[in-house]
Design a protein around this ligand. Sequence first.
Ligand code: V47
Length: 420
Amino acid sequence: MLPMRLRASDHQAHAIDRGSISSTPGGDPLAHRCDSSHFLRYHQTWMSHAFQTDDARLHPIAEKVLAGKRLSHDDALTLYRTGDILAVGWLANHVRERMHSDKTYFNVNRHINPTNVCVAACRLCAFGRKKDTPGAYTMALEEAFQTAASGYTEAVTEFHIVGGLHPDLPFEYFLDLISGLKQRFPQVHLKAFTMVEVAYLAKRAKLSTRETLAQLKTAGVDSLPGGGAEIFGDRVRHIICDHKIDGDQWLETAKLAHQIGLKSNATMLYGHVENDEDRVDHLLKLRALQDETGGFQTFIPLAFHPDNTPLQHLPKTTGMLDIKQIAVSRLVLDNFPHIKAYWQMMTPKIAQISLRFGADDIDGTVVEEKIYHDAGATTPQGMRRQELMRLIKEAGREPIERDTLYRPVTRTETSVTVAV
Ligand code: V47
């Protein structure tokens, strides 16, 4: 039998024995680094166990995971198809702890959506509006700067900036937006514009994608968010977002961004008309590009919210799918440093549980979220730093405030320091 206080990360020895893979303990790896009584309390109540499953298909996958070997296309499909979520979660947690121990990242950020005017009319989306229709808005530059400033404190380390594909705004608007923000908030990291927006700006400005990215970088863009990836496969893309760039163009734009030194994130929108094959194809394409560029920081699975979209007849995702998606992502994307459980999209409760199923990041304070709330999300618009930390600690994890590039942020009463 297994020692009760063994954690998934105690991987000093593993033996496969009659359908269960067991581990022998190597002492208590946390004893010397926990000083928070809160954290200790949870550590003492978390009792881990050996890998166990009745699903024989998972045993060879578990062997690979424990040996640090890469999973195949078929392995990934099996992970989606098994009903044993606890076994998949055990494996994902093992990898997560091997990579990050208990560290769980969050940041103090603010979302800014300069416009919701969008030519694309994606069926997945409740946020975009046609120009001059009710609810359409476009911020004047001063308005965007005021939004950035509202509630601003020096605690903010990131502005997350995404919006619609506006048919009239010139490229200069976006360059001025970025340089104006940089001038006013020089210490804030600007994570701005999805690959889809970049490709659209390039088309409108009649510039190459590389040149567009270079000009954005010169203006002050520090990295790119992961949006717009959806599902790369054409069949699905035609249904949910047929006016967007295709999957290959998304990947090509990300590659160019990485080549000029901009890090980015990557997302996958799941829980609509895609199937397991589509999800596996998406993950493997991201993994292949990451092998090439190393430019992705975080993968963020995004659960589809159907309300107020043309696909509102579809059911919402379930907790099981949300958790499984996090776990499969951690296992398949072995070259992605981080897996984010975006609390706005998953709800704080599911995001918290995900921290035991493969996720090591929970996103940030956000302050004002429009894309999910237009699509019926009932989560709060933002969350305070203390509350994020409480969620993380109560999952028995160690909260680490990070900047966008995952450098730890240390705070005193009056200053914020980013370790470089
Ligand atoms: O690309 C749009 C998705 C994305 C809906 O990089 C929807 O750190 C669900 O990418 N239901 C934008 N999803 C958000 C995004 C993001 C969020 C948080 C952090 C990061 C990061 C990136 O939202 C879009 C699209 O995939 N989306 N509509 C909807 N109805």
